[in-house]
Design a protein around this ligand. Structure first.
Ligand code: COA
Ligand code: ZN
Length: 302
């Protein structure tokens, strides 16, 4: 049997969070359904953050309420403070991701706290996760580069990985938040981390701003990483930050791994349909780099 890759679809959260026009809850659920039908079985559904900071995620509880409980399908909630954790649990989320930016400026801009203050709050949340039997992951945002502080030293990532795993993190998702990582950097970072911890403790969350995301994902896979975040059609990116791009497209990531003999569980035709739903609900033209090739194999589309 071929080795499994878990594709965690983050389009509903990372992909949509900066979309200026509010996508109604029913349409978010429609996208989730299309993705499930395509075989996606891990989702970052929404974030329980301040609706003033991110109005698009204001309906997080409603989105969770609208999702069917299905065996083998994981729904994750992103939280950034204890209030968010409490809202997530109340909404029935059984898995939470905590986002910690490893540079002071980014953490301050994102969640208005120093990295140490957030780490202290997350340590309390991780204790609660253990008591509440809630699975968790900790995102280390700007693990490759920070838009304000430049390239992130690998030692900084090692330090925060250590602190968060010691505090009870289930896994560490290394996030290239602005898509500025280079292959050699990814190679060095993973080699360093894997001297201390096994690859099962890590996931990669990659953005494709500089067209490096697939390469970094492949380097991750070569190092034994099996969990990757992506967003359908490459949805995401901030319309107010020219050049910022979305997450690596789910269809590109799935195609790469399937072509290499891994089992992602997803079906490419289903993903193509999900891209159509994502386009319909956002009004954007979407699609990864494999789109044209896939279209050329769909006789009914031309
Ligand atoms: N959910 C909903 N509301 C929240 C909240 C949460 N998790 N945390 C705080 N709030 C509310 C407070 O109740 C308060 O409301 P009020 O103004 O009506 O009294 C207000 O937000 C300010 O609370 P405070 O604790 O002072 O937070 P802050 O202003 O320092 O903001 C965050 C901190 C974390 C809430 C905010 O920066 C945020 O939501 N950031 C998320 C950013 C994000 O999602 N980034 C993308 C994902 S990486
Ligand atoms: Zn992201």
């Amino acid at each position: 049997m071929s080795e499994k890759i878990v594709i965690n679809e983050v389009g509903l959260r990372d992909g949509l969070q900066m979309q200026p026009v509010f996508v109604p809850t029913a349409r978010k659920l429609e996208l989730a359904r299309a993705l499930r039908e395509a075989g996606i079985h891990s989702f970052e559904v929404s974030s329980f953050v301040s609706p003033k900071a991110v109005p698009q995620m204001a309906d997080a509880a409603d989105v969770f309420a609208g999702l069917p409980a299905l065996a083998g399908v994981d729904y994750w909630a992103l939280v950034a403070n204890e209030k968010g954790y409490e809202r997530a649990i109340e909404a029935g989320a059984g898995k939470v991701g905590l986002v910690l930016s490893v540079t002071e400026t980014m953490n301050r801009r994102n969640i208005n706290k120093s990295v140490d203050e957030s780490a202290a709050e997350y340590t309390r949340i991780l204790d609660r996760c253990a008591r509440d039997r809630v699975q968790n992951r900790v995102y280390l945002a700007v693990a490759f580069a920070c838009p304000y502080e430049g390239k992130t030293p690998a030692e900084t990532v090692v330090e925060w990985t250590d602190r968060m795993l010691t505090a009870g993190a289930g896994e560490i998702a290394l996030a290239d938040t602005i898509g500025a990582g280079a292959p050699a950097q990814c190679e060095d970072l993973l080699a360093l981390l894997l001297r201390h911890w096994p690859a099962e403790r890590f996931a990669l969350h990659l953005h494709d701003t500089r067209a490096m995301a697939l390469t970094l994902a492949w380097i991750g896979a070569q190092h034994g990483v099996r969990k990757f975040d992506s967003s359908i059609g490459g949805l995401g990116g901030c319309p107010f930050a020219p050049g910022a791009a979305g997450n690596v497209a789910t269809e590109d990531l799935a195609f790469m791994f399937e072509a290499s003999g891994f089992d992602t569980g997803v079906d490419m035709a289903g993903l193509r349909r999900a891209v159509g739903v994502a386009e319909a609900i956002t009004g954007l033209t979407l699609g990864g780099r494999v789109t044209r090739f896939l279209q050329s194999r769909e006789p009914d589309t031309h």
